[in-house]
Design a protein around this ligand. Structure first.
Ligand SMILES: [Zn+2]
Length: 299
């Protein structure tokens, strides 16, 4: 039997995972394209062993079909170890050795990365003609990632690009799961909008419904305007710091046309000196999976 030909690093099949607060997704990815994909709800036990068991279960019949593993996770990754930045999203115990556990389980090299950083890398990879990019996702939570001079910036502690925990309301804001007061995640994420709606209208109004109400209800419009203003200010601060070629906005809330238009308007109005294009994410909800796979393939 002849040995299989050496595969180019970019075209090796990669097993990718994306572990979030609500779901764990797994996919077989070749050259940035998803070939097969599955997901389950994240076990709510709070035990990493249960999340690992769910991952093994998802990939059980893919054994032997991948060369490496890329895993995008909510929270902070440092030297292959994983911990929560905001434990209310997913209560990851400090220093959980996920890379080591995955390597021992699947016997393949593992690349572990924060999920929004992975998504930033996927959004950078799909575009040409740029060297830097700031990615911000606004959905249940708020996350971000930064690419500078063609490289993903992970940071000394793995926390670079943590847009959700940029402070916008340190006085009079809400207490965030990270411990600070007035992080943008507690003021303008989907979870924050739901909390704001509950204070004004009572429980049970999710962010999309609040946006609908805002078209005809002045109180709802004030809540949305305030959240988007804070988000615009956070974006502007990050833009000032990084001066990227491009800002990419993703997430269920961030991808709304009215939200994109408002953020563009705020940044243009408050900082007309250096216009930076703002555009919608192209990789969709699987950007984390794709980015983790690209990084695991060495791209
Ligand atoms: Zn925070």
């Amino acid at each position: 039997m002849t040995a299989p030909p050496e595969l180019d690093a970019a075209t090796r099949p990669i097993l990718a995972f994306d572990i979030g607060g609500t779901k764990i997704a797994a996919a077989l990815i070749v050259d940035g394209a998803i070939e097969e994909r599955r997901q389950v709800a994240t076990p709510i036990s709070g035990r990493p062993e249960d999340w690992l068991a769910a991952m093994v279960d998802l990939a059980s019949d893919w054994q032997g079909r991948f060369e490496a593993i890329g895993a995008a996770v909510t929270g902070i990754v440092q030297d292959g170890q994983w911990r929560a930045l905001n434990p209310t999203i997913l209560p990851v115990p400090a220093g959980y050795p996920l890379a080591e556990r995955l390597q021992a389980t699947f016997d393949r090299p593992v690349r572990l990365v924060n999920d929004a950083q992975a998504a930033a890398w996927a959004e950078f990879d799909v575009r040409s003609g740029i060297r830097s990019l700031l990615f911000v996702t606004v959905s249940t939570g708020i996350g971000g990632g930064l690419v500078t001079d063609g490289k993903l910036v992970e940071g000394t502690n793995g926390a670079a690009g943590s847009m959700g925990h940029v402070l916008v309301k340190p006085v009079g804001g809400r207490r965030c799961g990270c411990g600070a007061i007035g992080c943008i995640e507690t003021e303008a994420s989907g979870t924050a909008l739901k909390a704001r709606a509950a204070e004004t209208f009572g429980d049970g109004i999710e962010a999309p419904e609040l946006f609908e109400r805002a078209k005809t209800d002045a109180k709802a419009a004030v809540l949305i305007d305030d959240a988007l203003n804070l988000l615009g200010q956070a974006l502007l601060s990050a833009r000032r710091l990084c001066d990227p070629d491009l800002i990419v906005i993703g997430g269920g809330i961030g991808l709304r046309a009215d939200v994109l238009a408002e953020l563009t308007s705020i940044c243009g109005r408050l900082a007309p000196d250096f216009p930076v294009p703002i555009e919608a994410a192209r990789q969709g909800a699987d950007a984390g999976l794709v980015g983790a796979a690209l990084l695991a393939a060495g791209r």
